[in-house]
Design a protein around this ligand. Structure first.
Ligand code: AMP
Ligand code: MN
Ligand code: MN
Ligand code: MN
Length: 285
């Protein structure tokens, strides 16, 4: 007889539910994570904390540890950057006011995205995207991508982020999200730790990345994601080195959105390299 003994605890500190652009309800996200071996889970919906109560209760029922989280959309020097907040107080007025301000432009932006797509010969996408946005105030590009796949304009949602919805393609509408200093400030005011999400995704030069890390630290940021579903194995090594070199804590999370959309799933990514200082090093769970 053999039994499987996990050698490392599976911390997954980044994922999404129907409270933003995930496809599963918060309780279903937690059930999936627990079933796939995650033992400490943070739900980090975009600009939204409304899924946390349901997820926390589901985690208690499933016997796994739960971390209140959020992923805030930021515009830094014209680039969209995401900042994850971990162990936030979801009732913090500073955080809730801040998130309300980030969200306020989303529906108008979606109308402009739809107008652009209509100009490209694809009508009806505003209502189409809304069908996929359980939380209408959080309607975003993922919901458009799902609708474009539904009507057969693209084969799968992922493909919509190549032909549409990105800079230079129809359906891309530039948007001013939160300022970096503000987003990190809200997370700190809510007692949380600010983590720079998937730094490898921003396409920044080495110099710009250094400037981003400096601005992030000055604002109060403490960690960067190293192992994430958005990084390649080469990038795990690259950002592990960057975390060490710049003295940041390291985080890990799948960025799970949906079972069938080709993104990362729970329980699949490698652990953080042992020489890194994990963002959870001082946590008492
Ligand atoms: P929004 O906040 O409305 O601009 O939407 C951003 C979301 O779109 C991200 O959180 C991802 O879920 C999704 N997304 C962005 N780029 C891609 C991509 N290349 N492939 C798949 N999903 C993407
Ligand atoms: Mn997303
Ligand atoms: Mn992100
Ligand atoms: Mn995410």
């Amino acid at each position: 007889m053999s039994i499987a003994v996990p050698t490392v605890i599976d911390f997954d500190l980044h994922c999404h539910s129907t409270a933003s652009d995930g496809a599963l309800a918060p309780a279903a996200v937690v059930a999936r994570a627990a079933g796939q071996g995650v033992r400490v889970l943070a739900l980090t919906d975009h600009d939204e904390v409304s899924g946390l109560d349901e997820a926390r209760a589901a985690a208690r029922a499933a016997g796994i540890a739960f971390v209140d989280g959020v992923e805030i959309s930021v515009t830094w020097r014209g680039t969209t950057v995401h900042v994850v907040g971990l162990r936030i107080d979801p009732a913090s007025a500073a955080l809730l006011d801040g998130l309300a301000s980030v969200k306020s432009g989303r529906v108008a932006r979606a109308q402009r995205i739809a107008a652009e797509l209509e100009g490209a010969g694809i009508p009806g996408t505003f209502d189409g995207a809304l069908k996929y946005a359980e939380n209408r105030s959080m309607v975003g590009r993922t919901h458009f991508a799902r609708y474009l796949a539904e009507i057969g304009v693209v084969d799968e949602p992922k493909a919509a982020f190549r032909r549409f919805l990105v800079p230079g393609k129809p359906g891309y509408v530039p948007h001013e999200w939160a300022r970096l200093e503000d987003a990190v400030g809200w997370i700190c005011a809510a007692g949380g730790q600010a983590v720079l999400a998937h730094p490898g995704r921003y396409g920044l030069s080495a110099g710009a990345m250094d400037a981003l890390l400096a601005a992030f630290r000055a604002a109060g940021g403490v960690a960067i994601e190293v192992v994430t579903g958005s990084h390649s194995p080469d990038q795990y090594r690259q950002y592990a080195a960057m975390a060490e070199q710049h003295d940041f804590l390291a985080s890990r999370g799948s960025d799970f959105h949906a079972p069938d959309e080709g993104g990362a799933d729970f329980g699949r990514l490698p652990p953080l390299a042992v020489h890194l200082r994990p963002v959870w090093r001082d946590w008492v769970l």
